[in-house]
Write a new protein. Structure first.
Length: 170
């Protein structure tokens, strides 16, 4: 097993499946409570455990997820209101070394809850036709929103598994 991908890499379906999309939305909706349950009560020492040698700490992972999901939420809104916008990527590894990633995790847990409340409300309002809207990522190409929903459901579970991995290795 590759410790960077404890649940495996994201594999997309070839086409939109409304049942699958609803399952992904449910995963996204459940994520904030899972992060709070897993990381919300950890000691400062535990938060600074890496999930693998050379990997991010639990603290960095918890700060990363709302940053990443805020980007996704914004990308959804851009794709819904513009014709195939080109989005701006960001250097997540550089962000993970900025000063705000040394804060306690509570602000990021609250941020994740707030982002997901709004994002899930938006996701549940979309029609299958709206899920076919796209944005262009300079590195990944043109992505339909249904596929991005799957990616971020996977992303939520991927980083939860990193936290579980760090706690098992402690």
């Amino acid at each position: 097993m590759d410790s960077r991908y404890p649940i495996g890499r994201f594999i997309s379906s070839a086409s939109q499946n409304p049942v699958e999309v609803q399952s992904w939305i449910d995963t996204i909706a459940a994520a904030p409570a899972k992060y709070r349950a897993l990381a919300g009560q950890l000691s400062e020492a535990a938060l600074d455990l890496p999930y693998r040698e050379g990997g991010w700490t639990i603290r960095q992972v918890v700060h990363h997820v709302p940053d990443s999901h805020a980007q996704a939420y914004t990308r959804f809104k851009l794709a819904l209101t513009e014709n195939q916008p080109t989005i701006k990527p960001y250097d997540e590894h550089a962000w993970a070394h900025l000063a705000d990633y040394s804060l306690p995790v509570e602000p990021s847990l609250v941020m994740l809850e707030a982002i997901h409340t709004r994002w899930v409300h938006l996701l549940r309002s979309l029609t299958p036709e709206q899920f076919e809207r796209t944005f262009k990522h300079p590195e990944s190409g043109v992505l339909p929103l249904w596929q991005v929903a799957g990616l971020y459901a996977w992303h939520s579970e991927h980083h939860l598994a990193h936290i579980e991995q760090a706690l098992k290795n402690a």
